[in-house]
Design a protein around this ligand. Structure first.
Ligand SMILES: Cc1cc2nc3c(=O)[nH]c(=O)nc-3n(C[C@H](O)[C@H](O)[C@H](O)COP(=O)(O)O)c2cc1C
Length: 406
């Protein structure tokens, strides 16, 4: 059955939901599924903006057939060549051989790399940054947004109805639940955290490039943002633009403390809970503790983007940092997070090295300020070590309270 919804009188959403996929990009857990969005513009000329993942091809083609209602397809706009969006280009070309494939030079290069056996060169309709394409009433303006989050990405701004087709920007994990627009949903509870986890782990590394794209978007009169995943923004646009600016500049949303820790036998874990209790006594309200061996890194990273302070705690393992913490730090480093205050707690039973290794890691990171004396446990925390933890808790709490969040 078609699952088409109406954005405006002449623009339809061809969205398809996938609630079966375990991991997005084979990396990030999807407890609430994901939607692959595509949009149809019905005008003198017909156009579809992006296709969808191969997992939902049948649903997509049914939606396309319903939306076109017997008409031919004149243009397929390819804002993004990642396979969860471009996987049905060849399918559409088989059904609508006259369609023009609208993209930039990089788009076509990637198309030929992903689909070497398909020759659509005759369909190519190359555009440059700033080019326009008239469909009749609707006029598409192409705004290049390289590295948001791939090199070929472009936004398509439809100037008549003021809709920004924003590729992967402003999207979120989480399938649609019938509500097409964000203002039809309990957005903050349903998508708020997942939108952050999606941005921070997929786009998070490219803060400077996102800032450049936001600057271009700020010059547009935007009434609606139609992303490639999740619900469509038709109100509260400033809210999502502000969130993106915060994340792009690695500005904490809240003064609070995230404590990623590792622990083989519970001693480091117990010390972390002792510290968190002292932080709470010092008036710190937002404290989030994660076991890096248990919680997927993408959730912890999203919380580090959200909060201002981070305490890393981990034991030594065969004269190295505990492997799960090492992998977590390596994954976090890829995103080049900065503007955070941190502290380190190590542990070791005969020759502890974890404290030193975490400090050496942060010596390689820009924009991380070490808050207090590092602590190295010798297996189980003992009463004599309480004073060190109390001093550290006070230093962190004072810094949290002094943190200005606008
Ligand atoms: C397989 C293994 C190897 C370890 N290697 C070291 C080591 O090289 N140096 C050291 O000081 N402690 C070593 N430890 C002890 C841990 O660093 C730590 O003190 C112990 O796991 C207690 O902390 P936990 O209860 O938080 O895991 C090792 C522990 C395990 C399980």
């Amino acid at each position: 059955m078609e699952t088409v919804q109406r954005l405006t009188d002449s623009i339809l959403s061809l969205d398809c939901n996938d609630r079966r996929l375990e991991r997005f990009e084979n990396l990030f857990p999807l407890p609430d599924g994901v939607s692959y969005n595509s949009y149809y513009i019905d005008d003198e000329k017909t156009a579809i903006v992006d296709t969808v993942d191969s997992s939902v091809t049948l649903q997509f083609l049914e939606n396309v057939k319903y939306a076109l209602n017997g008409r031919d397809l004149d243009f397929l706009i390819v804002n993004h060549m990642e396979p969860d969006h471009c996987a049905n280009i060849v399918e559409l070309a088989k059904l609508y051989p006259n369609m023009k494939l609208v993209g930039n030079a990089q788009t076509f290069a990637f198309f030929e790399q992903f689909y070497p056996s398909a020759d659509l060169t005759a369909n190519y309709y190359p555009v440059k940054n700033g080019d326009q394409l008239s469909l009749g009433q609707h006029e598409l303006n192409f705004v290049f947004a390289p590295m948001v989050h791939w090199p070929e990405v472009m936004f398509s701004y439809e100037s008549t109805e003021k809709i920004l087709f924003s590729a992967d920007a402003f999207g979120t994990f989480g399938a649609l639940n019938g509500n097409l627009f964000t203002d039809e949903t309990d957005y903050e509870n349903l998508y708020g955290d997942e939108c952050r986890r999606y941005y921070t782990n997929i786009v998070g590394k490219y803060g400077p490039q996102v800032k450049r794209a936001l600057k271009k978007a700020s010059k547009l009169d935007i009434a609606m943002i139609a992303p490639l995943h999740g619900p469509v923004w038709r109100s509260n646009i400033d809210y999502i633009l502000d969130r993106y600016m915060k994340w792009a500049t690695y500005t904490p949303e809240k003064a609070g403390v995230v404590i990623p820790y590792a622990s083989a036998y519970g001693n480091t874990a117990s010390a972390v809970d002792y510290l968190a209790n002292r932080l709470s006594e010092q008036g710190v309200k937002d404290i989030r503790i994660f076991d890096v061996s248990k919680t997927d890194a993408s959730y912890i990273i999203a919380n580090i983007f959200k909060y201002s302070h981070v305490v890393f705690a981990a034991p030594t393992y065969n004269l190295n940092l505990f492997p799960a913490m090492k992998s977590f730090l390596d994954e976090m480093a890829i995103l080049e997070i900065k503007n955070r205050q941190f502290a380190v707690i190590g542990n070791g039973t005969w020759s502890p090295t974890s404290t030193k290794e975490m400090i050496e890691f942060f010596d390689t990171q820009k924009g991380w300020t070490n808050l207090g004396d590092t602590i190295t446990l010798k297996t189980a925390m003992v009463d004599d070590e309480k004073a060190q933890f109390d001093v550290l808790a006070k230093a962190i709490a004072d810094s949290v309270k002094a943190t200005e969040i606008d």
